[in-house]
Design a binder for this molecule. Structure first.
Ligand SMILES: Nc1ncnc2c1ncn2[C@@H]1O[C@H](COP(=O)(O)OP(=O)(O)OP(=O)(O)O)[C@@H](O)[C@H]1O
Ligand SMILES: [Mg+2]
Length: 332
């Protein structure tokens, strides 16, 4: 994807700038940045890192990997290894009586001695990691930052940088509504916007959009994935009663999978328990685009029709969403 100027994150950069300034006076800060895939967490961190580097502050990175088989604490190991090149980590750990913890996190960098040799099972280590993270979140030095989508004017700005010319307010509004300001999706749509302007019948749901959303679907339980595929023909709004009719399940059987989709950030719960909707229309469009035409036009089964559980998918949900082969080209 073409990398364009950062837009619409001034408030976040201000907060991060204040945190850096505090840290440089010896008052440490930890910022935990959350947000849906593609919302711009890595980009914001890169921007901040570039600014810090510009001020002569050493910057180190640890990147998580999604594939199985990464060593335990992999991002932290990378951080410790890189930090050890600029700071006496072993000396500091000794001073703060953290030698055992540091060698447990990164035994390859800080080999355990006789006293610290007990590494525990990898499950123990994951449990310990979760406990450390929970403690860190409660620390007064910690700030949480939840990144949401770019506002409509920033969407227009980002879009025009991606396409290389001005875009109309209507187009910006349309793309804002479709993506809820997710910069990754805006960038993808930008690549096909000109084709559509030129009158081509080009879908805004590009292969990369489908691939990115397909990867998120694959992390769901089969029940939840099937429910979303079936429900995508309903529309962006997902009233539970209608979803239940479409998937042919009692309302109670839909709530668990819907909760899972909410937890995965694909669906949002409305103000009443019966209201749900896809987080943005593009997610619905991409899921629906993964269904063959026959599945898209098939009417919902009658109320007295299929009854069962999601392990035996009803006809409308019988087609698995197939993301295109190959991994996403996007980094973490
Ligand atoms: N504020 C922004 N202005 C311009 N481009 C942006 C902005 N935020 C993100 N982008 C671009 O959008 C794409 C997705 O951003 P990024 O990779 O940072 O998302 P992420 O939240 O880290 O996603 P993931 O959870 O998948 O790691 C990148 O190409 C990035 O350069
Ligand atoms: Mg990222």
């Amino acid at each position: 994807m073409v990398r364009t100027e950062l837009v619409g994150r001034q408030r976040e950069l201000d907060v991060l700038g204040e945190c850096l300034a505090a840290a440089l006076t010896g008052d440490p800060r930890l910022v935990v940045c959350r947000g849906e895939p593609g919302i711009g967490k890595t980009r914001l961190a890169e921007e901040m890192a570039a600014r810090a580097t510009g001020e002569g502050v050493p910057v180190v990175w640890g990147r998580g990997v999604e594939s199985d088989g990464a060593p335990p604490y992999w991002p932290w190991r990378q951080l410790l290894r890189a930090t050890a090149e600029v700071v006496d980590v072993a000396g500091l750990a000794h001073e703060h009586r953290l030698t055992a913890d540091v060698s447990r996190l990164a035994p390859d960098v800080f080999p355990p001695n006789r006293q610290t040799a007990d590494q525990g099972s990898s499950e123990d280590r994951f449990r310990q990691f979760d406990a450390i993270l929970a403690n860190l979140l409660r620390e007064p030095v910690t700030r949480e930052m939840h990144l949401t989508g770019l506002p409509a004017p920033a969407v227009g700005q980002h879009l025009s940088l991606v396409v290389g010319h001005d875009v109309s307010d209507e187009e910006a509004e349309e793309i804002h509504a479709l993506t809820r300001g997710n910069p990754f999706f805006i960038g993808e749509i930008g690549r096909v916007l000109d084709f559509r302007r030129a009158g081509a019948r080009s879908s805004l749901v590009t292969a990369s959009v489908r691939e990115a959303i397909g990867a998120r679907l694959q992390r769901l339980s089969p029940e939840c994935g099937r429910l979303l595929q079936a429900a995508s023909i309903v529309g962006r709004d997902l009233p539970v009663a209608l979803v239940s009719a479409v998937v042919g399940l009692p309302v109670g059987g839909c709530l668990g999978p819907l909760d899972e989709a909410v937890a995965a950030g694909l669906v949002e719960a409305g103000t009443t328990p019966s209201e749900h909707y896809f987080v943005h229309a593009l997610i619905r469009d991409a899921i629906e685009a993964g269904l063959p035409t026959s599945e898209r036009v098939r009417p919902p089964p009658s109320r007295g029709g299929h009854r069962g559980d999601l392990r035996r998918p009803p006809r409308t949900a019988s087609v698995r969403y197939r993301p295109p082969l190959g991994r996403s080209r996007r980094g973490g």
